[in-house]
Write a new protein. Sequence first.
Length: 152
Amino acid sequence: MAVETKEYRAEAKFQRVSPQKARLVLDLIKGRGVQEALETAAFTKKRIAPVIHKLLTSAVDNAKYVAGERGIDLDVDNLYVKLALANDGPRMKRIRPAPMGRAYRYQRRLTHIVLSVAERESATGLVTKAEDPKAAVPKAAKTTVKRASKKA
């Protein structure tokens, strides 16, 4: 019987930062445990990091609320960041003065950030026997690869 894991998400739309810059922080927390991700977001020196910290806190609060409403047994310490996306939002077109009375157009990018947390599956059995490390490595993995030398 397969137990499906429930995802809990939070979104922050129309954030005034480019998606590329937001992805730098999101890639740091993707796949990590919630507590470690909160610490990483708190100490990252990027302008969008406090927004991501607040969003991650909101996703955890959403998880607690939904689990309480539906009677789901949720272990908050077992949550991890499953999905962290920074999508393009609309672009604001702006004009900058240029030489000789001209005007240059540029775009201010906006971002929609989506964070999703889920509960990790707990290990069903405990390890009772340690395996021999020599037996675990197959013989094919021990072969060395010859590299071509460069000619000057």
